[in-house]
Every structure is written in C-alpha cells, then in structure tokens.
Design a protein around this ligand. Structure first.
Ligand SMILES: Nc1nc2c(ncn2[C@@H]2O[C@H](COP(=O)(O)OP(=O)(O)OP(=O)(O)O)[C@@H](O)[C@H]2O)c(=O)[nH]1
Ligand SMILES: [Mg+2]
Length: 324
C-alpha cells in the first residue's frame, strides 16, 4: 500500500509578477540574424538541456526556421551526465509520444569529449544533408550547420568540443555558466576539413513569455534564465517542491536535515545555514547590526547541489506531457 504524499501537489507562484519573462534585446536581434542567415544553412542542430526534454523548447520559432521540417533537424539533449541511462530511455519514449515527427535525437555530454553522442553529431548531420534537397546550395561541397536553442544549454560548448575533436584546434566560441553569454549570431566556425563543415553559433532564445508557471521555474532551475531574474529563494522553493512531490529525498542527507523531509523552504534553508555556519550581518531599521543565518547563501548552495548532479540524476519533466 502506498501512502499519500504529504507534500505540495502543485506549485504556486507567490504572485503573477514573478512569472518568468526574460526576453532581452539581444534575443530579438538574434532571431532576426538567424532568419537572415537561413538561406546559407544546410542543417539545424537544436540543443536542449536533457533535464527538461520537453519544457521550454522554443518550438514555434524553431519550427519556422526548419521550414516546418523541410530543412534537416537534429535534437541534441545535452548535459546527459546529469541524468541517468534509465532516464534516457524514458525521455525517448516521452518525446516519441508528444512529438512523433522528431526522428533525429542524440544525447550528449560536453564534459566528456569521448561521449558517443557528441561524436555522432557530424556524421548524422552530413548524412541528413546528403539525403536532403539543398535547393540553392546543391552545388556547394561545404556544409553549414546552425546551432540553436534556449540559453545556457551548451550550444557554444558543443561547437568547441567538435572543433577540438575534429580539427584539434582550440575553442572558438565563448562559454559561461550564466544564461546569455552568446549575444549575437557569429561568423561561421570551421569544424571539419573533409567534408568541409562550418558551424554557426547563435544566442539562446526563449519564448517571449512563458505562461506555464512550472515550465518557467524549470527553465530557471536548470539555469536557462539568469538567477536574479527569478530569485534564488523562489528557485530553491521550486526545487524543494519538485523533490518532495517526486519522493526524491536525497536532499535530506545532503543538507544534513535532522528531522527528515520538509516542504518548508525557510526552515530547510535555516537548518542548513545554521549547520554550515552561514551567517551574515544585517543592519536593522533602528541602526543596530544583527548576525543572522544567511538564507540566500544556503539557497544558492541547495540549487548548486542540483545543478552539479549531487541530488541524483533528475529528469524534471518525468511526469509532464507538454504540448510541444
Ligand atoms: N554538466 C554539463 N555542463 C555542461 C555541458 N555542456 C555545457 N555545460 C556547461 O553549461 C554552461 C553553458 O554552456 P554554453 O556553451 O555557454 O551554453 P550556451 O547554450 O552557448 O549559452 P548561451 O550562449 O548563454 O545561450 C557552461 O557552464 C558549460 O560548461 C555538459 O554536457 N554537461
Ligand atoms: Mg553560447
């Protein structure tokens, strides 16, 4: 007999104003530049974060640029080091159900250059290009591959790994842990000599407004939106909600919580901060300085445990069925 889950069954934002709504100017410009370059592109490689295989993919825009499936398209689910092999099978099943037209799916890990998924990208792309009608580019021997996706999923990292593996050359695209590192569509970067292959890096582009609150929180949790846009306290609360809802209690040991799982984020962070001696001085309205537990530092640590895989392999979409 399974006991009912005593924790929150739904996640509610404290207010509608806290909805994820991050669409800075470089994204509008990036969309325009992507469209301008499309004529010279032979294949689109869409990179997404394997921890959210369904949530947040900017499908409407991405479908437009593949000409609704006319241009070869590969979906690469990156950061697979943060999910398990068992999850990979589940993800393929989920994707086949919600988007049966998706045929070319690879799982990659940029942190490991020997990862078979990364090495499969170029052979698959060149095969798809050879099988496609390249219209105005039929006479050209070279291949241009455009890398697209939402922010911070590893688009620039993939270009660097492939350039390194195939050409033994050092990185050419800027990479960083924050969302929004690549801010414009760059010049094409050479990846391979025979056949000649170039890749075009693009800035991460989100949906202009994410109306599904949980989807927005998942994007924030994996880092597709800068933390300060949503706030670390709210991201940590969403993480706690998700873990409890899915009975993933590894966090209890990791945070050293003596009284077991809890759905109260303030209590969880306070206990962890106390235990780790995370304190800071706070000036009160009357001018007095008080030493208090640093809940923000504790929230950041909790989030970073998730982001570095220390709470176990997690597919945040495991029970979702978004329409893509
Ligand atoms: N764990 C893990 N981290 C990765 C992997 N690939 C990239 N990263 C990290 O993810 C972060 C983002 O990588 P980028 O390559 O800058 O991502 P991007 O998609 O180009 O990001 P924007 O330019 O901001 O849109 C960096 O901290 C990378 O080190 C991976 O396979 N596994
Ligand atoms: Mg980038």
């Amino acid at each position: 007999m399974s006991l009912a889950n005593p924790f929150r069954a739904v996640f509610r934002l404290p207010s509608r104003n806290q909805r994820v709504n991050w669409f800075p100017g470089h994204m509008t410009k990036g969309m325009r530049q992507i469209q301008q370059k499309l004529r010279s592109v032979d294949c689109i490689v869409e990179i997404h974060d394997a921890r959210i295989p369904l949530a947040g993919r900017n499908s409407q825009f991405f479908e437009t640029i593949t000409g609704n499936g006319v241009k070869p398209h590969i979906l690469v689910l990156n950061k697979v080091d943060l999910i398990g092999t068992k999850q990979q099978r589940g993800i393929l099943k989920q994707l086949r159900t919600v988007q049966p037209e998706l045929r070319n799916i690879l799982f990659t890990n940029c942190k490991d250059q020997r990862n078979t998924g990364v090495l499969d990208i170029l052979p698959l792309a060149t095969k798809l290009v050879a099988e496609s009608s390249r219209f105005n580019r039929a006479q050209s021997a070279e291949h241009n591959i455009m890398i697209i996706g939402v922010p911070n999923v590893g688009k620039s990292s993939i270009i660097n790994v492939l350039r390194n593996v195939h050409l033994k050359k050092r990185s050419a695209a800027r990479v960083g842990a924050e969302a929004g590192i690549t801010r414009a569509v760059g010049e094409r970067i050479k990846i391979q000599e025979q056949p000649l292959v170039y890749m075009i890096d693009t800035p991460g582009i989100l949906q202009p407004s994410v109306t599904d609150d949980e989807m927005g929180m998942k994007l924030a949790l994996v880092g597709c939106v800068p933390d300060h846009i949503v706030g670390e306290d709210l991201i940590a609360d969403y993480l706690l909600y998700w873990l409890n809802k899915h009975r993933r209690y590894e966090y209890v040991d990791k945070l050293g919580l003596t009284s077991g799982p809890s759905d109260n984020i303030s209590a969880v962070l306070a206990e962890y901060a106390q235990q780790q001696a995370m304190f800071h001085r706070v000036k009160q309205y009357n001018g007095q300085v008080e030493v208090m537990t640093n809940l923000l530092a504790a929230a950041r640590k909790f989030i970073s445990f998730f982001r570095t895989g220390q709470l176990g392999p997690i597919n945040l979409d495991e029970e979702s069925s978004y329409h893509i």
